[in-house]
Design a protein around this ligand. Structure first.
Ligand code: SAM
Length: 358
């Protein structure tokens, strides 16, 4: 199997059959470490020991969707719903800038409130943050919207957009989502985002219910073809008030392996060490960095609301202030010989595009 990892490094692609063999063999002794070493070396050669820190503001937990895995789903009764006011969002952005962040991520559930009239309300928020902090990148993670809204947000100053594809296999998508949600629309949204010029992020939950090795092979083939700028890879974690409450969590070990394979396949990718890796433990994000991840997203949301943005149970960091969360994560990366970087932390190709345009 190590020869398939060597082949991936050389050619940056594998056949579907090869992906299935490689991912299916992840428990072979030494294989995860072999991939992690290669991935870490590639990450070090491009980003050095720098880990890009992004501050995430969870601006609402209202959501019209009913994803079977997510604690924010519309049918959830166990959540106190909130929507931050624009002023609360600006206060978080100000605190983030003070703490040194030069990327702010705005993430929330999907609601007509923010989508109406070409996402007019969020356009105003993005425009204000852009004007106040010209040195700061703005990443959005607002889910599926139409082209008009995505374009308006881009023009207002958003730079990046995270929209995990969740699974590249239609039948699997349909097991994770109700019939009101569309696999084709999610994929189309990703294509539109990239076309508009966003740094676009795809991604999956490892170990989501009903996921097979074939599905993961399809995900790798999709990412090889789509070439996102970022990929968010985190383990599925159950939430008690969802239809998937009794499914087991995804494996951290398999998640590290997939992170490493993504890095080897596409060395310049921005890959977060995701929060879901640290449910009930503290070494998950460290190990993801050692497996090739190069981004960490501490929480910048106001203290009182963090406990209400629970995508899954046992989410770490919800009792810490923004500053405590940042300091904790900074010391975790320093413990393993990496450094926190404050800077926009763009995808290397996008930095080049900007330099050429200037
Ligand atoms: N609504 C937007 C969207 O769908 O992109 C942004 C918010 S959504 C909650 C962000 C991500 O959380 C999803 O893409 C999903 O992969 C992840 N997520 C939701 N529930 C999860 C769970 N139970 N375990 C792990 N990740 C989860």
């Amino acid at each position: 199997m190590k020869s398939l990892i060597d082949k991936l490094e050389e050619t940056q692609e594998l056949t579907h059959e090869e992906w299935v063999s490689l991912i299916g063999a992840y428990e072979t002794p030494g294989l995860i470490d072999y991939a992690a070493e290669k991935a870490r070396a590639l990450s070090l050669s491009i980003f050095g020991t720098q880990i890009y820190f992004r501050g995430i503001i969870e601006y609402t937990n209202f959501c019209r969707n009913d994803c079977y895995y997510c604690g924010l789903r519309m049918s959830g009764n166990d959540t106190t719903r909130y929507r931050l006011t624009p002023q609360q969002i600006f206060d978080c952005a100000e605190e983030g800038h003070r703490l040194g962040y030069r990327t702010i991520v705005l993430q929330g559930g999907e609601t007509a409130y923010y989508e109406a009239k070409g996402a007019a309300r969020m356009v105003e928020i993005v425009r204000t943050i852009r004007e106040r902090y010209p040195d700061t990148a703005i990443t959005l993670s607002m889910g599926e919207m139409n082209r008009e809204a995505y374009e308006a947000l881009f023009e207002a100053g958003a730079d990046r957009y995270l929209l995990r594809h969740e699974t590249a296999t239609r039948e699997h998508y349909e097991k994770l989502h109700p019939p009101t949600m569309s696999f084709d629309n999610r994929m189309e949204c990703l294509r539109i985002l990239k076309e508009i010029g966003y740094q676009a992020g795809a991604g999956i939950m490892v170990g989501s219910p009903y996921q097979t090795v074939e599905h993961l092979a399809n995900d790798m083939m999709f990412m090889a073809d789509f070439k996102p700028h970022m990929v968010g890879i985190g383990p599925f974690q159950p939430h008690h008030d969802t239809p998937f409450a009794n499914f087991p969590a995804g494996s951290n070990e398999l998640t590290f392996f997939i992170v490493s394979l993504c890095r080897i396949m596409n060395p310049k990718l921005l890959i977060p060490a995701t929060t879901a890796l640290d449910c009930g433990r503290t070494d998950g994000r460290q190990r993801a960095v050692l497996a090739g991840a190069n981004v960490i997203m501490p929480n910048l949301s106001p203290e009182g609301i963090k406990k209400n943005y629970l995508l899954y149970d046992n989410k770490p960091g919800i009792t810490q202030s923004a500053e405590e969360n940042l300091n904790k994560l900074r010391s975790l990366v320093e413990e393993i010989g990496y450094t926190m970087v404050v800077g926009r932390g763009d995808h290397p190709d996008k930095v080049k595009e900007k330099a050429c345009a200037a």
